[in-house]
Design a protein around this ligand. Structure first.
Ligand SMILES: CC(C)(COP(=O)(O)OP(=O)(O)OC[C@H]1O[C@@H](n2cnc3c(N)ncnc32)[C@H](O)[C@@H]1OP(=O)(O)O)[C@@H](O)C(=O)NCCC(=O)NCCS
Length: 134
């Protein structure tokens, strides 16, 4: 997962100890795609304590497997699980220039009425906030 994460977010991957501990704590909130030889991608999502909202924390597909429907497959499975859990709203943030991810989320029904939050992750790190009502 560290390798997949680094390929997907070369400038800002999860530090190893954070990713390790997140997985330990939220093992049932991590879905991976594995072809038997290696990891093709993963998605990581966490529910708020009241159980009504879930955040997509990270979604990544390895570079040479992109564009084959794998990212959509992971997201569809996450949304299916969240619906069965009674989660009412899914939230995520995305880099405003990340057309591939934004298009994927829009086709899944996410909207971005709250727009871009300036400096969301620190100076210059703006993020588009997207939500989906389940
Ligand atoms: C974003 C990401 C997860 C998408 O995964 P993917 O497997 O390549 O996406 P899919 O093949 O499932 O495509 C799903 C939809 O996304 C959109 N999409 C995918 N790649 C696109 C691109 N390069 N440009 C525009 N739209 C794109 C399309 O709507 C596509 O649906 P369609 O094939 O029916 O037209 C992948 O590009 C990735 O890992 N990027 C780097 C990490 C990242 O940005 N993660 C998201 C952070 S919020």
């Amino acid at each position: 997962m560290l390798r997949v994460d680094k390929d997907a977010f070369p400038e800002d991957p999860y530090p190893p100890f954070i990713l390790r501990q997140l997985i330990e704590i939220h093992v049932d909130r991590t879905l991976v795609l594995d072809d038997g030889e290696g990891l093709l991608g993963y998605v990581f999502f966490v529910n708020t304590s009241d159980g009504y909202v879930s955040w997509i924390m990270s979604l990544a597909i390895i570079p040479h497997q992109r564009g084959h429907g794998l990212g959509r497959r992971l997201m569809v499975e996450v949304l299916r699980r969240l619906r069965t859990e009674g989660v009412r709203q899914v939230r995520l943030t995305v880099e405003p220039a990340n057309t591939a991810a934004i298009t994927l989320y829009r086709t899944l029904g996410f909207s971005s009425e709250d727009g871009v939050a300036k400096d969301y992750f620190g100076p210059g790190e703006h993020r588009l906030l997207m939500t989906l009502a389940l």
